[in-house]
Design a protein around this ligand. Sequence first.
Ligand code: NAX
Length: 321
Amino acid sequence: MRITVTGAAGQIGYALLFRIASGAMLGPDEPIQLRLLEVPQAMRAAEGIAMELDDCAFPQLASIDISDDATSAFDGASIALLVGSRPRTAGMERGDLLAANGGIFGPQGRAINDTAAEDIRVLVVGNPANTNALIAASHAPDVPASRFTAMTRLDHNRALSQLARHTGAPVSSLTRMTIWGNHSATQYPDLSHALVAGDPVSVQQDWVESEFIPTVARRGAAIIEARGSSSAASAANAAIEHLRDWIGGTPDGDWTSAGIVSDGSYGVPAGLVSSFPVTSSGGEWALVPDLSIDAFSRSRIDASVAELLDERNAVEALGLL
Ligand code: NAX
């Protein structure tokens, strides 16, 4: 299985590559060919990571190639983890951020279209993840749009962890958590269908609104404040779990969250890459259908979807789609 990781020399890359190579994503029996894509100035650092990967002598790791050229990096890839992106720097306008990322994810989408394997599956981690996935997908007309996804699994896991902490129930007893919308502060972590040991969650709405939702939505900022840099190991873990479940399937009776291309369900305009409750079987994500959406959930989903629409309009206006 050929796996391409962009932004390989970054901090998520450093936490991700060793776990992929150890078999945490695809199991212990799948030989892995790693392709690392970096910008030219980070090639040396990527070489250092490749040396460390060598030094682990992972039995599954068949080869490592490093490139600063997207066309060769995605050649024959069955999995692409698009981690490298242009971060927002002080004083940067949103339009500049979207344009800079369009310059990365457009060409990468095109390279995936032209060179990746037929079974390519793409996870976009680099922010703004949902809209970067939309841009990449729009440049890959020959790849089914369902193969492009954006990562909201970290938000999902953060929500599980906060609920476990509040209720005292172990994470292993929690199911049917949902993240809706954008991977941003407008995301909606939804407890209305979640179960604790098979029973509906019983918590105060006040806690949901004033503690749970803001804590999950702002967890990334809290990590930066405490650690001095953004989430890396937890983001890498979420990426591993997203791909593991996509390929291997979600457990019966449970679901997870992923940014997928909307088919218009739940009032999310078709074509937007939005987080939904999803199951996977046979290597395909499927939306969890027919969930009841109460008025509070509706307003939260609509707010996040409005932000996704704004981002789509902005990148459309910039000619990036
Ligand atoms: P780093 O700045 O440590 O690493 C990014 C790496 O990407 C750098 O090595 C850089 O050289 C490389 N890069 C930049 N442009 C590239 C290109 N065109 N091709 C290949 N490589 C390129 O960032 P890191 O902490 O690893 O985070 C990476 C991205 O993940 C950021 O956009 C970050 O915002 C995003 N995150 C997304 C999360 C999610 O849940 N979806 C959570 C964690 C994280 O914040």
